[in-house]
Ligand binder design. Structure first.
Ligand code: BGC
Length: 387
């Protein structure tokens, strides 16, 4: 042992201190590395399939499915309680996962710009949510001067092969809209998307028709340009995790799986409300949403039935990623006849939807933060189809 280590207590103390410091740093690095490895593993992969097949005989069950993610082998595990699938054993489905790059490489476009790199490396996970104060329109326009007119942005130095339209049904929620735009533009830009936000406002004070506004948004967006993917988005929901990719996978995706207002639990497996993503091709196949739901509720359940009817299924991100904060507001009274309309709707999928959509376009304007569409909706009921 060197002689200086044997001389006097001060050196011994110093030596022990250094040893403790080295040990602490080692422990800290190991913990950080492990944490990063898990984190990178989860964010580098996009889960593309979920076999939350809730059985043909049980469309209206309300029990919860238990979703979890096995980080060690990157399998997404969905455990469905026996009652949901009508068998005696609890069933675990292990679904396939693919790297994001496995399927973004398809259909490359021919421009001078190179394709955008795998964005999953730049995502962090949780993002801050700001509910207060409500920003002014002017302050947002100043802050987001990188936007192009109509609430559009795309990566300037690389190309993305899919174009995304966000359709936001809207009326009387000015404060929420500003908070939504404040949150969404940086969120979508970070995901390196080629996106445009369409705010579709219903004219007048009659009962709100969320589904019909989404059909209007779809039709008007396609008149403005080519879009491959539609995300239908309530204005009061803010995504909490940037790994929740705003893209359209192979199957329609229900995105708002875990909402704070519902204790971050899926209310029931067939739910398709809040935020949902459907490719343009699938939306056409499904004939869009029904036009017959006036007032709160039911229209998303009808879309869920359409998806099943066309032998598609609802995919979802894990509950740890698909998290949302809901901005508080007075809830509209539920439409008491929604179950009746839902029942009648089963026979009307090919008659009620995009192919009988009627509205007057009162205004369409490219503002900096969004494309504003004001529409007068024509009255549609399921009885009208039965006549
Ligand atoms: C309504 C849906 C709604 C869900 C969750 C159901 O009763 O029909 O439209 O998304 O509740 O609030």
């Amino acid at each position: 042992m060197p002689s200086w280590m044997l001389q006097g207590a001060p050196y011994k103390g110093l030596f022990i201190l250094v040893l403790v410091f080295v040990a602490l740093e080692y422990i800290f690095n190991t913990v950080t590395e492990t944490r990063n490895a898990i984190f990178n593993a989860t964010r580098s992969y996009q889960l593309i399939e979920e076999k939350l097949t809730y059985g043909p005989a049980a469309p209206n069950h309300t029990k919860k499915a238990n979703l979890s993610m096995d980080l060690s082998n990157l399998h997404y595990i969905v455990t469905v309680p026996p009652a949901l699938i009508g068998v005696n054993l609890s069933t675990t489905y292990v679904t396939t996962v693919k790297r994001e790059s496995d399927f973004t490489a398809e259909n490359g476009t021919s421009t001078d710009k190179p394709p955008c790199a795998d964005i999953t490396q730049t995502l962090y996970g949780r993002v801050p949510i700001r509910k207060y104060p409500i920003p002014s329109l002017e302050s947002l326009e100043k802050k987001f001067d990188w936007l192009m007119p109509g609430g559009h942005w795309s990566p300037p130095k690389c190309t993305v092969d899919k174009r995304v339209a966000l359709v936001v049904p809207f009326r009387d929620r000015g404060g929420h809209l500003l908070l939504f735009l404040q949150h969404m533009h940086p969120f979508l830009r970070k995901q390196q998307l080629d996106y445009t936000i369409f705010v579709v406002e219903q004219e007048g004070n009659g009962p709100f028709n969320r589904a019909m506004l989404m059909n209007v948004g779809y039709s008007e967006a396609l008149k403005s340009g080519k879009f491959d993917c539609f995300i239908f988005h309530d204005v009061d929901l803010l995504p909490e995790d940037d790994r929740n990719l705003y893209s359209c996978p192979e199957q329609p995706r229900h995105m708002s799986v875990a909402v704070d207002m519902f204790q971050y639990k899926l209310p029931y497996p067939a739910i398709f409300g809040g935020v949902s993503a459907i490719s343009t091709a699938h939306f056409k196949l499904l004939n869009g949403f029904s036009n017959c739901f006036w007032g709160w509720g039911g229209e998303d359940d009808d879309m869920s039935n359409r998806i099943r009817y066309h032998r598609l299924y609802i995919s979802r991100y894990p509950i740890t990623i698909a998290r949302y904060t809901m901005l508080s507001h007075r809830k509209d009274p539920p439409n008491p006849s929604r179950y009746d309309v839902l029942k009648k709707g089963q026979k009307l999928f090919d008659k009620d939807g995009l192919n009988d959509l009627e509205y007057v376009l009162v205004m369409k304007k490219e503002k900096l933060l969004y494309t504003w569409i004001l529409a007068r909706l024509m009255n549609h009921t399921s009885d009208h189809h039965h006549r």
